[in-house]
Design a protein. Sequence first.
Length: 544
Amino acid sequence: MPYQRESQLRSMPHFKNIRRISLGALLFLCAIFTSNAQSIDIIISNSGAAYNRSSDVNWLPEIQHQQFLNTLQHDYAWFKDGQATLTGIELQKLLLDLGWLNTSVTTDVASKNILNADANLTLGMLKLIDLSAHLYGTEVDSEDLLLQALQQKREGELLWSMIPNYDQVSLLRKYISKFRHLQRKKWPAVDVSFYPKLGQSHPKVKAIRQALVYLGDLPKKAQTRQRQDVFDSVVIAALKRFQQRHSLVADGRLGPKTFEQLSITPEQRVKQLQMNLWRWFAYPKSEPNRYILVNIPGYKLFMKDSGSNAFEMKVVVGKSDNQTPTMVTEINRLTVNPTWTPTWNIIRNDLLPEYKKDYLSLKRQNFQLLKGTGSSPQAKQIDKPNIDIPSMLKEYRLVQSPGDNNALGYYRFNIPNDHSVYLHDTPAKSAFNLKHRALSHGCIRLEDAAFLANTLSEYDENISSTRTQSALHSGKTAHFRLEQPIPVLITYQTAWINEQGELQLLPDIYNKDEHHVINIPRLVFANDSVPSLLKSRLNSPEGS
């Protein structure tokens, strides 16, 4: 189970003289995740700092940094001739985006305090190395690794190896920069009790229009002196765009939820975006060539191929009390005409109450009590009242046979994990018409499971469409193991950039933003082995 470790992370001892690891090995580790990674939740503070390297909140002590520079035999690690190096500039940008720097080092440079700026950047880089090593389940001498990188002029390579290589990451960082820039402006004070009518001219309209201009929903050219106080059709169109981006009903009307979102300051938005950026750091640093990406708050599944969206579909995810977990895994098996064996919680909370109201309800849904395994298990029908089903479950399993009303539909996609979660079809197609689709017991229901199955058949020789269709029409359960499993990344991103480059703010359905939680998923693979997407990298010379 995930657990909260803010105090443990804050007090984590320095990784010095424990187990040395080469620079090449760390670069290799940053490219992959090892299977012994821990499952944790990181609680970030309001300052945005997700991990403190030591109890010294004043960054690296001056004497320790000077010793580091003496060993390096350089005046500075990240500056040359009074100017930040290219890698120093990129490091500063990353630390600002992550919330580990509050001001640009150019402030220190301008005040002639380059040594202080250099110390800030050095500690930031050491914290990144420490955190990366911690997430990958290894221990490193971070100062020694950083010295290696600087001496070999590979500090840029080391930095880039720790940044997740996904389009969403680079786009998210652009929006963090945009909102940091907006922090310099005085944010318009929107009156939440003011409800203007179309065509109305009022001084309070100006704040609404100005906020929409800052956020990019209202063209700046529309904010003329003559129209800046007028609630016109242009403002309504901008409100609809704003509402659509914030997962609200796009009706152009001002209401409590729209006012709430308009009142969020750039400072607050930056913190939300930083939390989402941190979540990406929990995933493989190199984007797989072909994989499935599920974003829980967005209720969407994406098939990614060479960095582009091959297709996307709606999904249903777990309810707030049955949350779909974040994870890195893979589809390793497809089942056609699956049976369904519900968990005890589902039996106790849903199926037993149904049976007590109508003892034939389970039979109509094709449930049986089965004992034994193989092709001919012993079966008992549930066709009488007062069957002690809980007692029967000590020897039997409650199983739903394949069919039109099977809860898993016609397709189940197995993804190894510790939560009994998988992707599957569903007979309840009407749920995909709903805007908010946190409805399941934790599994991910697919809008078009047949399309996903057919797509897998194009990628994998073991799953031909002819074989799967034949199995489907037979009505019997059939399993197909993928020769080349497809990586699956299940993430929780409340900030998402769509294909038009627009920032979409999604509902925080599990209140992770509210409680400043960043999930670090435990990586679970079949037989505790490294997944197939990583196997080709194990022989990489970087790992030696």
